[in-house]
Write a new protein. Sequence first.
Length: 293
Amino acid sequence: MCVIINKILYFTQLQRTKVQKGQGKKMGKKIYISAGHGVNGDPGAVGINGTRIEANDTLKLSLATEQELKNRGYTTRMARTVSNLTGNVDRAGDANNWGADAFIEIHRNGSNDPTAHGWEVYTRINPSKASDELAKAINKCTIEAGVQRVRDGGLKRYDFGRLLSVKMAAVLTEHGFVNNVKDNELFDQKTSEYARAIGRALDDIYGVQEPTLPPSPPPPPLPPEQFQPYTVRITVDALNIRKGPGTDYVVVGVIRDRGVYTIVEESSGEGATAWGRLKSGVGWIGLDFVSKL
């Protein structure tokens, strides 16, 4: 059973959203869900060539979690329900004033190292018993839902500002790395399962037997982002052009001029962190061997 919170470092405007009330034994339990970043243009961590935005992913999982908890009879409040808020947002103050029983902030991680990957859940350095139990439950349930790797056991302690400011059980999660292809695939494939894991964790904490529920509906899609072509300069003396995005596709040509080329599409594949399709249409090149202009 597992709960989520993300390492929020920016205090800006807090959007008050409609409070949803459930029924049954958990009707009195109030859960505050905070989607990391997405305030005053803060994107959070940015993935490969700017194509993966943490703030979008945290909103996607937070909306799925809200629906899951409503289905289970919890009362919920969302810090934000849109891709970007503006103004002064005090999520901790809003959660305190609302009288939340648990504060869950959802994040993803980022690194310049494309091999960095894995799951973490944080409490403050000296957590309350309730926060510690919540983190352990979330860690257990999320691992059961399936993650690429648990970083150092998953459970971490750090005094993120928001965790110090809230007065209830509080956790912050790092749900994989936005710059890791496998972590991104798992996040996309298991969004509903990760949301369900949070619900299971809360049920475990509050001693409620898990009900038989229909599968959670998929979260509402975020607005599609138009891919913006960009130019790159080749940084090696000879770069193979492949028929498709990966070294498992045949070589259809070689670039030897260290020139400038336009990329019109990206994809993951074997042999490189990411692959780009050339505007000429001749094929794909590994983006580890170019510099973006």
